[in-house]
Design a protein around this ligand. Structure first.
Ligand code: FE2
Length: 491
């Protein structure tokens, strides 16, 4: 018998649905632009079985991948489990065998040494492969058309590290997939690896280095010449894991660092330049670009921890005001001998899950979008929220004029990360649409909304009713039809 625990993470809107589906021609209010041709992939954590330890955090669910295939003004929906090694072992046993998030000490003896990955953080298309990604494990490859799982990949043995980030970037100039791993030599190790993979999926080179302290290294940025890593004090230790504490804890006594690594074969740890900064919280990255000898990195930054489920290491209470993230620009000048990075706030919106028109990755971008918490709007807590926040607003920033726009989703809804869809491959920056899942908390339902990308204040131009409830998702990406059609023909 399966009974999920009667706690917020598994009840109300968060009740696991565990639905695999193929539904053609979803119900639409408004107009899906006829030019939209391609697929929006996204992922949500969803527990296959009730948690082994009785309770769990949402981040520890198994990956459930959704695909929205747009064509001729219609959209088809496909959803499948990312069948990781963990998923298969537990499916065979009929119960959870792996314990707490990133804590192998809590696992069943029968799965010691197995890959613990859940593939629940990002769904990313590159080189004809759909990667389902979780930062503690190798990339899981899925069929981009059917969403059937093919399995973990190590790039013909060339990927030597144990982990691969959930936030790879595609360099628009070379088509290379740029990524990294942390805890590359095992849980809690300070070893990191940078990887660059060709458009046809060959691992071209790697760079190994160590961070000043073990930390959650969740995202990074590239420019044409550099890879940038922000080291922030979400840390852990074997003592924490042995004591059964959450894997990560925030340490307000540690500095932050910005690592600047040349992007070329032959780079070693000695070629990396480390810039220092004060204690703060960072997780996701919007973009980075070079301007002469200067490098700019735009990312949401909070004065203190923004993740209540990874508490302060000294048990200080969570402070939502200090944990509010604001889009900030970190700048370094490679021609100067400064030891610190400089910083300036770019927006007064409380925003995370930053997104751009990905064709401008590593180049100066004018536009950015974020999931915004607007505390001035009323909230009716019906159905629950995964992390204690209510992400109730889609935000848009014009970094050239400083103007911003907001679209509020109402008092009983919340939103997931948006994704930009270009009107055509060579359309100007921002010319296209945003797609975004909206959680209808009271109805326990989900809609996919489409906006004109630079007029989000105008509200959605189409609302697509998704016939199954999607739980709180993490990340997603768009793939144009020219990248999908050859795969569809082959399927
Ligand atoms: Fe992320």
């Amino acid at each position: 018998m399966t009974t999920f625990p009667d706690v917020p993470a598994f009840t109300g809107f968060n009740t696991p649905s565990r639905v695999e589906a193929n539904v053609e021609d979803l119900n639409v209010h408004g107009q899906i632009p006829a030019e939209m041709d391609g697929a929006f992939y996204r992922v949500q954590p969803e527990h296959q079985f009730p948690p082994k330890l009785g309770n769990d955090i949402a981040f520890n669910g198994d990956g459930m991948i959704s695909m929205f295939r747009f064509r001729n003004g219609k959209v088809n929906f496909t959803q499948r489990w990312a069948k990781t090694d963990k998923w298969k072992l537990e499916n065979e046993a009929g119960r959870a065998l792996f314990g707490a998030y990133r804590n192998p000490l809590t696992d069943d003896e029968t799965v010691k040494g197995k890959i613990r990955g859940t593939a629940n953080t990002n769904a990313y298309i590159h080189g004809g492969r759909l990667y389902a990604l979780k930062e503690d494990s190798p990339p899981l490859v899925m069929d981009a058309v059917t969403l059937e799982t093919q399995g973990y990949i190590d790039f013909h043995g060339k990927m030597k590290g144990e982990t691969f980030s959930a936030h790879p970037k595609t360099d628009p100039a070379t088509g290379n997939l740029c990524s990294f791993g942390y805890a590359s030599k095992g849980v809690l190790t300070r070893d990191m690896t940078y990887y660059e993979i060709s458009p046809d999926g060959e691992l071209l080179y790697d760079v190994w280095f160590e961070t000043p302290y073990y930390c959650m290294m969740h995202d990074f940025a590239i420019t044409p010449d550099y890879a940038l890593f922000s080291v922030m004090p979400m840390t852990s230790s074997w003592e924490r894991l042995a004591a059964g504490k959450p894997h990560f804890g925030f340490d307000t006594s540690l500095p932050t660092y910005l690592a600047v690594m040349p992007r070329k074969p032959g780079t070693t740890a000695d070629d990396i330049r480390w810039f220092k900064g004060g204690n703060c919280f960072t997780a996701h990255v919007m973009n980075a670009f070079q301007e002469g000898s200067k490098i700019h990195l735009d990312l949401p930054v909070a004065a203190n921890n923004m993740m209540p489920f990874f508490p302060d290491i000294n048990d200080a209470p969570f402070d939502p005001v200090a944990g509010a993230t604001y889009l900030t620009r970190w700048t370094v000048d490679m021609n100067q001998n400064d030891e610190d990075y400089k910083f300036v706030r770019l927006s007064e919106m409380i925003g995370e899950f930053p997104k751009i028109d990905d064709r401008f990755t590593g180049q100066k971008n004018r536009y950015g979008w974020m999931v915004v918490i607007d505390p001035s709007q009323p909230v009716e807590m019906k159905g629950g929220s995964a992390g204690g926040w209510v992400m109730n607003t889609l935000g848009f920033v014009d970094l050239e004029t400083g103007a911003d726009q907001k679209w509020w989703c109402g008092p009983v809804s919340s939103i997931q990360e948006p994704c930009f869809v270009p009107r055509s491959p060579d359309a100007p920056e921002g010319d296209g649409w945003m797609v975004m899942v909206c959680n209808r908390l009271e109805e326990r339902g989900s809609d996919l909304l489409i906006f004109e990308a630079t007029n989000i204040a105008g509200g959605p131009i189409a609302t697509i009713n998704i016939p199954v409830r999607l739980r709180f998702g993490l990340h997603g990406n768009w793939a144009d039809a020219d990248r999908i059609r050859p795969l569809e023909r082959a399927a």
